[in-house]
Design a protein. Structure first.
Lengths: 570, 276
């Protein structure tokens, strides 16, 4: 069942994964071969069951299709679009179309968030990603690609400058104090390092402030050039106004710093004693970097940062005063700061509430789809729900982003038997209602039988058999499929299916057997199986098997005793 | 079912708030000048006019304890907040990105844990300290350096366990950026562990300041600090124990209150058992 080969793939597939390989590095320089050349495809509206023992790589295959993490090799095409070649930004746009439902419904919902936020999160994320893109598009329209590139490069520069500024700040403190020490004879040698690190670090700081000033001014100019209404539509009125104000403040502050640094060139010690200013430089530099990299986010949080820096400054200032004035200044600045912070907070809340309000109708609609009463659920947190209800929430979240394909990773394995059927029915209904295409992962063949149009059986990172479920159940073609079928608990005591159980342990994926990976446990294993990997081939219409001696098609060979065979193989 | 914080928790909070307010407004409170020596009151025990008694040269111990709180609180708060921001970010980045970033950060942080705090501090003071006024910066700087590693380790461990949860995968499946995943999904879950831990770190810093002062290396006189007061009172321990005892009690109660509040918050924020 080394199931390589793509004989079972179809040309018209909506989702097509070819030769997926996923390897993880393991301790001691070894490699976990979790998935080794799996090919799957799905036609629109189809359900593919993916079955195998736990640990055989089903989840890893599902995640490789989602590109989380990206497969070591292989290709994944969705609607003709090659996902493995997309960069991170492009893949983010595809992701909503390709969703997943998880085995543990509780762990798949953030315990700190309310249902209304969890279910609306896909919308918020899409909004964020789209607004970033439109922001970039606006830049492009207005100023042209040249300027945009320049800005992008500038933000890289700012990152480096920010880093240098903080390093410079630390070095500066060192050199500054070292130099003073150096005046005493016993530390005379330190004059050398003082001279070496002192001047470059000051120069760096000046450079950082200068560049911050330049970029800040550019930003303000550009912002002014853009009609305010256009910006408002993109970023929301409050946040663009606040963002602009924030940038103006920063620019002013860097100008001030530049001036201060320059004019205090003669007396470093004095400058250092008002250490808050140096701290402020670092904070402002960092924030400026942020506002350059994420212009649409330089709103409330930017102002909050600036305010915090201001508070630090105030503390240093207040500490130098005495008596009654100190009290007055303290109270005044406390009141002003509180008001400002509250204002920022209120802007932030207003934005968030507006977002929530816009999302609510959609959230309610989807909750009703999955059979959850929105009025009860919206303000509760995930751990207040039972497993089955939580799984419904998880399904609702996946539906909000209007996916084409949902990968259900053992969605009912952790649920009570009584609830399992409900969730399976729900998935079936939603599938028909919304025209979904599903990958249904399970470790139990019985679970997938009724929901799948096609079943793929997996063993140790490879496919064994791909067939329609009825045919597969009536007459398994692969020895492993037969064992899986025999392992299904029989509700009917009269049934005379095979009594064998799957013997032995799943071999380690770090050291998979040669040839057919199933040969160590296969009752039919022959010498050829150790030497040669079986290819996936069609042995009957619609039945694809990767086995040298399948149970149907060619005449089934005589059973070989496993022990004898092991001797023969070695 | 809300968990309750209990009476003692609120008592501790009120104590801390009152202490902080007293320290901030020490200048304008109707208390004695901490530098003034009251003639003939040397080593005098607690009285109505001098609540905590007087020290060896006759200064008011109560007002000195209040002023001493300024240093203790500033150092421990600023130190903790900075360490929290730096250590928290490092821990989250380390735990979330894993692989090589994690290995380097963990190695560096572990290495920094090996440095004996007192030696580092002595080295920094001897090397950097020229001006007494700047001692407080060096104290804060050292404390931040010392607290980053423990905070980062706690946050990293918490991040690691939360980042493995399926809701993080779900967010990424929806196309969320790393920043959004870190701050919206992981931070709210990790925050309780480091906010409560930070109070314990804060208590630790107050104690460290005390021991440093004992070596005469904290903020130099005339600024009163708790550690320095305890240290100076040592010589009179047999005749006037209150000189050391009063600041020691206040320090003890403060540290206890911080630890208690930290512990309670930790319990309070503990995520509920899953209902499965
Ligand atoms: N991130 C990982 N790092 C290392 N090994 C992994 C990782 N994820 C999965 N594996 C290994 O890959 C194999 C397949 O795992 P998985 O896909 O979860 O199996 P299944 O979902 O079929 O139970 C297992 O042996 C597992 O230990
Ligand atoms: S008969 Fe050989 S090829 Fe077929 S499953 Fe068994 S070991 Fe693999
Ligand atoms: Mg799994």
């Amino acid at each position: 069942m080394a199931g390589s080969g793509n004989a079972h793939l179809r040309p018209e597939a909506l989702l097509s994964a070819r030769d997926l390989v996923v390897e993880f590095p393991a301790a001691g320089g070894r490699t976990v071969h979790a998935v080794s050349g799996v090919s799957l495809d799905l036609e629109e509206g189809e359900t593919l069951g993916l079955v195998g023992e736990s640990g055989c790589g089903k989840s890893t295959t599902g995640r490789a299709i989602l590109q989380l993490p990206r497969p070591t090799s292989g290709t994944v095409q969705l609607d003709g679009q090659e996902l493995t070649e997309l960069d991170e930004d492009a893949i983010r746009d595809v992701r909503p179309r390709l969703q997943m439902i998880y085995q543990d419904p509780i762990s798949s919902l953030n315990p700190r968030r309310r249902v209304r936020d969890i279910i609306a999160e896909p919308l918020f994320i899409a909004l964020e990603n789209v607004s970033r893109r439109t922001a970039m598009a606006v830049w492009q329209d207005r100023i042209g690609e040249l300027l945009q590139n320049m800005l992008r490069r500038a933000s890289g520069v700012m990152r480096i400058v920010g880093l240098l500024a903080s390093v410079a700040f630390v070095l500066w403190i060192l050199s500054e104090t070292v130099e003073e020490r150096a005046a005493e004879p016993w530390l005379g040698w330190t004059q050398v390092p003082a001279a070496v690190i002192g001047f470059p670090s000051l120069a760096l700081l000046l450079l950082a402030a200068a560049i911050a000033l330049l970029l800040g001014l550019t930003w303000v100019l550009l912002a002014v050039m853009l009609p305010f209404s256009l910006m408002s539509r993109q970023f929301g009125e409050v946040s663009s106004a606040v963002g602009l104000a924030g940038v103006v403040v920063t620019t002013g502050a860097s100008a001030f710093l530049l001036w201060r640094t320059w004019s205090s060139f003669g007396g470093w010690a004095q400058w250092l004693n008002s250490g808050g200013l140096s701290l402020l430089t670092a904070v402002l530099a960092v924030w400026l970097v942020l506002s350059m990299v994420k212009p649409e986010r330089a709103g409330a949080s930017g102002v909050a940062t600036t305010l915090s820096a201001m508070v630090v400054l105030q503390v240093f200032y207040v500490a130098g005063l005495d008596g009654g004035i100190k009290l007055a200044v303290l109270v005044a600045s406390a009141v002003i700061d509180t008001l400002l912070f509250r204002w920022v907070l209120r802007c932030y809340r207003a934005n968030r509430d507006a977002e929530r309000e816009r999302a609510e109708p959609r959230v309610r609609e989807v909750l009703e789809y999955v059979g959850i009463n929105p009025d009860d659920a919206l303000d509760r947190r995930p751990w207040e729900f039972s497993g089955g209800q939580a799984q419904r929430l998880s399904i609702a979240r996946a539906l909000v982003s209007v996916p084409q394909v949902i990968i259900c990773d053992e969605p009912v394995s952790s649920l009570d038997v009584s609830v399992q059927a409900q969730i399976l029915n729900l998935l079936e209904d939603l599938k028909n209602l919304m025209g979904l295409t599903l990958v249904f992962i399970a470790h139990d063949l019985a679970v997938v039988k009724n929901v799948s149009d096609r079943v793929a059986v997996m063993y140790l990172g490879k496919l064994c058999e791909v067939s329609e479920p009825d045919a597969m159940f009536a007459q398994p073609a692969h020895p492993y499929t037969e064992l899986l079928l025999a392992a299904i608990p029989q509700p009917d005591p009269e049934a005379e299916l095979g009594t064998e159980r799957i013997g032995g342990e799943l071999p380690s994926p770090m050291d998979p057997p040669s040839g057919c990976r199933f040969r160590t446990r296969c009752p039919l294993a022959a010498e050829r199986c150790a030497a040669e990997e079986p290819e996936m081939r069609e042995i009957a219409p619609g039945r694809f098997v990767a086995c040298h001696t399948p149970l149907i098609g060619e005449p089934a060979p005589a059973r070989v005793d496993l022990a004898t065979n092991a001797e023969g193989a070695s | 079912m809300r968990k309750r914080l209990g009476f003692v928790f609120w008592l501790a909070v009120v104590y801390l708030v009152v202490l902080a307010l007293a320290a901030v407004f020490a200048d304008v409170l109707p208390i004695k000048d901490p530098a003034e020596t009251f003639p003939g009151t040397s080593k005098q025990g607690p009285s109505l006019s001098h609540w905590f008694g007087n020290d060896g040269v006759g200064r008011d111990v109560f007002s000195r304890v209040i002023y001493g709180a300024q240093v203790s609180l500033v150092i421990s708060t600023v130190g903790t907040v900075l360490a929290l921001i730096i250590g928290g970010l490092l821990g989250m980045v380390s735990g979330y990105y894993g692989s090589r970033v994690d290995r380097w950060l963990t190695a560096t942080l572990n290495a920094s844990l090996v440095i004996p705090p007192l030696i580092l501090f002595l080295a920094l003071v001897l090397f950097l300290d020229s001006e007494a006024k700047r001692r407080i910066f060096i104290l804060v700087f050292t404390f931040v350096l010392l607290s980053i590693a423990p905070i980062a380790r706690v946050v990293r461990a918490a991040t690691l366990s939360w980042a493995g949860q399926d809701f993080v995968l779900a967010a990424r499946t929806l196309g969320a950026r790393d920043g959004r995943v870190l701050f919206r999904e992981i931070l709210p879950n990790v925050a309780p562990s480091f906010v409560s831990y930070s109070l314990i770190i804060m208590a630790g810093l107050i104690v460290v300041e005390g021991s440093v002062a004992f070596l005469g290396l904290s903020v130099p006189p005339p600024t009163p600090t708790w550690g320095d007061m305890i240290n100076k009172g040592r010589t009179n321990l047999d005749v006037a124990a209150h000189i050391s005892l009063m600041p020691a009690i206040v320090m003890f109660v403060t540290v206890l209150a911080l630890n208690f509040v930290g512990d309670k918050l930790q319990q309070y924020f503990e995520p509920r058992e899953s209902v499965l």
